[in-house]
Design a protein around this ligand. Structure first.
Ligand SMILES: [Fe+2]
Ligand SMILES: [Fe+2]
Length: 272
């Protein structure tokens, strides 16, 4: 071991195995998406859903350069490898959203205010804050992906189902990273960080409810209901991520991709 290398991060070998095994599962699920099917959505509904997917396509398209370079300063090869595999999964989500946009004849965005704010915040902050931002966005967006799964378009359904199962595990992955990052942080600082994260989560849920409200309605989800459920998801993750409970063990993945057992879709951590 290099003298600058930190001790191996407990639990991240399990994440590497999970992400690697998930590649074959992705191929199986992607093959089930009926790309050639004709959409039965009326044109105004297609416009609302496409407008929403454009923002997610852009938001998940980053190459993770900043995140990965911050992580490399930890000198932990196992953690770096798991993080690289996570970034690759997000890029595949972006590609799936992009393919759905092409089917609807909608262009990909090159910029949007919501993505711009997220990118600026990520660049300004350290690794823990960037991971916390991922946790906020992923927990808050979870209920929206559940709604997309019930959209009347079969491709949107297939893409949402495929991405949702990844996102449930991503939330657990962010929690494990934050638990590691906050391992030696005093409780008052963790409580303060958790409070700030809660404020950001409220802002993110509000922005999503407003910006993606039309697409939510198309998929049968009231934006106010979304807002409440989004914050409930984040509220479940919060005490785990910021070590506000006494449990020291990493969550690890809840799904074995090679056995095709699916995790609890739409629910955040399995163990509180
Ligand atoms: Fe994603
Ligand atoms: Fe994710």
């Amino acid at each position: 071991m290099n003298q600058n290398e930190a001790p191996s991060s407990q639990g991240f070998d399990a994440w590497i195995s999970y992400f690697e095994a998930n590649l074959a599962r992705h191929d199986r699920l992607d093959a089930l998406i009926p790309w050639d099917s004709v959409s039965t959505l009326p044109a105004p509904h297609i416009a609302a859903v496409a407008r929403s997917l454009q923002r997610f396509e852009l938001g998940e398209s980053g190459d993770g350069t900043g995140l990965l370079s911050k992580a490399r300063r930890r000198h932990d090869r196992e953690y770096d490898a798991a993080l690289r595999l996570f970034v690759a999964e997000e890029q595949k989500h972006s590609a799936l959203f992009g393919a759905a946009l092409s089917r609807f004849g909608a262009e990909r965005l090159t910029a949007h205010w919501s993505d711009g704010i997220f990118v600026v915040l990520r660049r300004m902050m350290g690794l823990r804050t960037e991971v916390a931002l991922f946790l906020i966005v992923e927990t808050v967006a979870m209920e929206y992906f559940v709604a997309l799964k019930h959209c009347a378009d079969p491709v949107v359904q297939g893409v949402a189902r495929r991405i949702l199962t990844d996102e449930v595990e991503h939330v657990r992955f962010q929690i494990d990273q934050l638990r590691l990052g906050f391992a030696s942080t005093p409780r008052p600082a963790r409580v303060l960080a958790a409070s700030l994260a809660w404020v950001l989560a409220v802002g993110t849920a509000t922005a999503l409810a407003i910006d993606h409200g039309p697409a939510m309605r198309v998929c049968g989800l009231n934006p106010v209901t979304f807002w409440h459920r989004a914050l409930r998801h984040f509220g479940r993750a919060l005490p785990l991520a910021f070590r506000l409970n006494r449990d020291e063990t990493p969550l690890g993945p809840s799904m074995d991709p090679s056995a095709e057992r699916l995790g609890r879709v739409g629910r955040v951590p399995a163990r509180v």
